[in-house]
Design a protein around this ligand. Structure first.
Ligand code: FES
Length: 234
């Protein structure tokens, strides 16, 4: 049997959070962590978590599994088991709404701050705004972010200053629009980040790139932004 320790907290019922231990058959070693949760939910329908696509696309089932933020739907149990133990907690650094569900309001507010849309005042061409293959390639490794929050939630700089530090997911997207050849607001975007907290609160800890379930490198993007800002200031 596999022992599954799950963080439980129902604010209207529990005075404090606690860990509940379940057991699932060994067969689940061949399955994904989300399958374990679905199985347990069939037994205890009060267990709450988010999920939608089951394919690593929607980003809704980010959670902390044996100490590392991951997407439950694409995390094989066998790869993360610690002996026969699986410990599942909500994403750290975000307020818990219930069990494994966190409040991501601040995360999305920080994302909104970077204005995640193309800014281009020229009239749109009849079909589309074209890019060269080289310009398009500059977006690789940036546009694939699914906003699951795994990186930002694992970042100590975010834990300390979530209202002022944009965090790795937002900054990866900031860089995605700064380098987009179709965007006309790169200078404006950089100016909006030029303060002691929005970007420079990053301490290059690197948890963001360690945990990204899509294999992206937010720390690298933050480095690019910092270099641009320092060159502007020199
Ligand atoms: Fe959509 Fe896991 S359920 S990413």
């Amino acid at each position: 049997m596999i022992d599954v320790h799950i963080y439980r907290y129902h604010p209207e019922r529990d005075r404090t959070p606690g860990m509940q231990v379940f057991s699932v058959p060994d067969d689940f070693r061949e399955r994904m962590v989300l399958d374990v949760l679905e199985h347990l939910h069939d037994q205890d329908s009060t267990l709450v978590y988010r999920r939608s696509c089951r394919e690593g696309v929607c980003g809704s089932d980010g959670m902390n599994i044996n100490g590392k933020n991951r997407l439950a739907c694409i995390t094989p149990v066998a790869e993360v088991l610690d002996g026969n133990r699986l410990t599942i907690r909500p994403l750290p650094g975000m307020p818990v709404i219930r069990d494994l569900v966190v409040d991501q309001s601040l995360f999305f507010q920080q994302y909104e701050r970077i204005r995640p849309w193309l800014i281009n005042d020229e009239p749109a061409p009849a079909i589309e705004r074209l890019q060269t293959p080289e310009d398009r390639a500059r977006l690789d490794g940036l546009y694939e972010c699914i906003l699951c929050g795994c990186c930002t939630s694992q970042c100590p700089s975010w834990w300390w200053n979530p209202e002022k530090y944009i965090g790795p997911a937002g900054l990866l997207q900031a860089w995605r629009f700064i380098v987009d050849s179709r965007d006309q607001a790169s200078a404006e975007r950089l100016a909006a980040l030029d303060d002691p907290f929005s970007v420079f609160r990053c301490r290059s800890i690197g948890n963001c790139s360690w945990v990204c379930p899509k294999g992206l490198n937010p720390m690298g993007a933050i480095g690019h932004i910092r270099r641009e800002l320092m060159q502007r200031g020199s």
